[in-house]
Ligand binder design. Structure first.
Ligand code: AMP
Ligand code: GLY
Length: 432
């Protein structure tokens, strides 16, 4: 079968790699893809939300399965575009409807959904542009720190943690008057939760679901989780502190009520659900939902997947996920991101990447790379993800660090502490 992946980051390269390994996959297309996906499929130069061009590509290349990587086309309604089109409606596409994607596209929507289904999350109140005075009053009596969240998509930048009333009142004015454009026309003010974060992933057909392994992402640019937020600088899977007891609580208190909630509310959802969680005194709370797989979490999760991904995605489309067994490699996967110097602020592009052919014992997933004449050059903030599998967390970390050294480009930056906090925690708490 001919398959199209929409997107062009490390997540999409990891998806491409896994899909290409399936005997069900004939030709793979990636739009727009990167220099890595070009090695295993055909890149199509289409931006992710040009639905008309995607339709032409789907029909022109006899595509029989579409997987949507990033959130923007989902929130903009790509699966509804397919289901409302006489020709496209029978072509399997993996991703929620625009309404389902609101779980990520609107923080206020997600909070209300959790409220209706008794899903644990921080206490909150949301305020629209004409409610500045109410928001200021609310902040004058709130406990600190407090969390301010732009309601809409803000490329991971729309969350501020404010430590004083003055700071919060300043920021709420800025946000409601357009600091994040229309994304902050509504702001959610929520209670600050103190705990340790991790993520779990489910694939649902709208009625049934299968679980994918959990992962821990490292969002900050600096070692020791210091500095600015990024898209993610590394990921580890499995997460040693997510033991059977924690996972069972997550399933019972978060995943099942979410999937049931989507079903009873008749929200069309055939795709991945990403649960961003925080463990507070042993209990999970939802920090956020995403309507897609994470990046770089995917680069740590998919190498562990043993079940045929094409078969899983077709079962998702046909509503038969209850018939599927999902199997995983028990080893640890550690993915480390090599980024352009300066990211997540301004950085230069076009730097020649050397050493890709010298990698041994790790997988290399391209993110911001492009082919320029004979060379592969940087074209984004996050450039390469290096993933290693090993029976110990330490072994996987060391292997990824070794290959992080092997790849060279001017300005290369990466965190050398990915996963090391988990090793220390495991040592102290006797976790796996
Ligand atoms: P989000 O974009 O919702 O994932 O938020 C970005 C980051 O802000 C999260 O990964 C957390 O580290 C932090 N955060 C968000 N909400 C809260 C909260 N209620 N309490 C503590 N930290 C939070
Ligand atoms: N790594 C976090 C995300 O994909 O949103």
């Amino acid at each position: 079968m001919n398959i199209l992946i929409i997107g062009g980051g490390g997540r999409e390269h990891a998806l491409a790699d896994k899909l290409a390994s399936s005997s069900l996959c004939t030709h793979l297309f990636i739009s727009p893809g990167n220099a890595g996906t070009a090695l295993i499929g055909q890149n199509l130069s289409i931006v992710v939300d040009d639905f008309a061009a995607i339709k032409t590509a789907v029909l022109g290349n006899a595509i029989e399965l579409v997987i949507v990587g990033p959130e923007v086309p989902l929130v903009e309604g790509i699966t509804d575009f397919f289901s409302h089109d006489e020709v496209l409606k029978n072509i399997p596409i993996i991703g929620p409807s625009a309404e389902g994607a609101q779980l990520e596209g609107s923080k206020a929507y997600a909070k209300e959904f959790m409220g209706r289904h008794g899903i644990p999350t921080a206490a909150y109140k949301s305020f629209a542009q004409d409610q500045l005075n109410e928001a200021l009053d609310y902040l004058s009596v709130h406990a600190y720190p407090v969390v301010l969240k732009a309601d809409g998509l803000a490329a991971g930048k729309g969350v501020l943690i404010c430590h004083t009333k003055e700071e919060a009142q300043y920021e709420i004015r800025e946000m409601l008057s357009g600091k994040f454009g229309s994304a902050s026309a509504t702001v959610v003010i929520e209670e600050f939760l103190s705990g340790i974060e991790f993520s779990v992933f489910a694939l649902t057909d709208g009625n049934h679901y299968v679980l994918l392994p959990e992962a821990k992402d490292y969002k900050r640019i600096g070692e020791g989780d210091q500095g600015l937020n990024t898209g993610g600088m590394g990921a580890v899977s499995p997460v040693p502190f997510v033991d059977k007891e924690v996972y069972e609580k997550v399933v019972r208190q978060v995943i099942e009520p979410t999937i049931d909630g989507l079903r009873v509310e008749n929200i069309k959802y055939r795709g991945f659900v990403f649960f961003g969680l925080i463990l507070v005194n042993g209990d999970p709370y939802v920090i956020e939902y995403n309507c897609r797989l994470g990046d770089p979490e995917t680069e740590a999760i998919l190498p562990r997947l043993r079940t045929d991904l094409v078969a899983l995605l077709m079962a998702t489309w046909h509503g038969t996920l209850d018939k599927m067994q999902v199997e995983f490699d028990a080893r640890f996967a550690v993915s480390i991101i090599l980024a352009s110097g300066g990211y997540p602020e301004a950085y230069e592009k076009g730097k020649v990447i050397n050493g890709l052919d010298l990698i041994a014992g790790s997988r290399v997933y391209h993110a911001g790379t492009t082919q320029k004449e004979d060379a592969i050059v940087t074209s984004g903030g996050r450039v390469i993800a290096i993933t290693s599998l090993a029976s110990s967390l330490e072994g996987a970390i060391e292997q990824s660090l070794l290959n992080a050294e092997t790849i060279q480009f001017e300005g290369k930056y990466y965190r050398k502490d990915i996963g090391k906090d988990l090793m220390e925690r495991s040592r102290v708490n006797g976790e796996r």
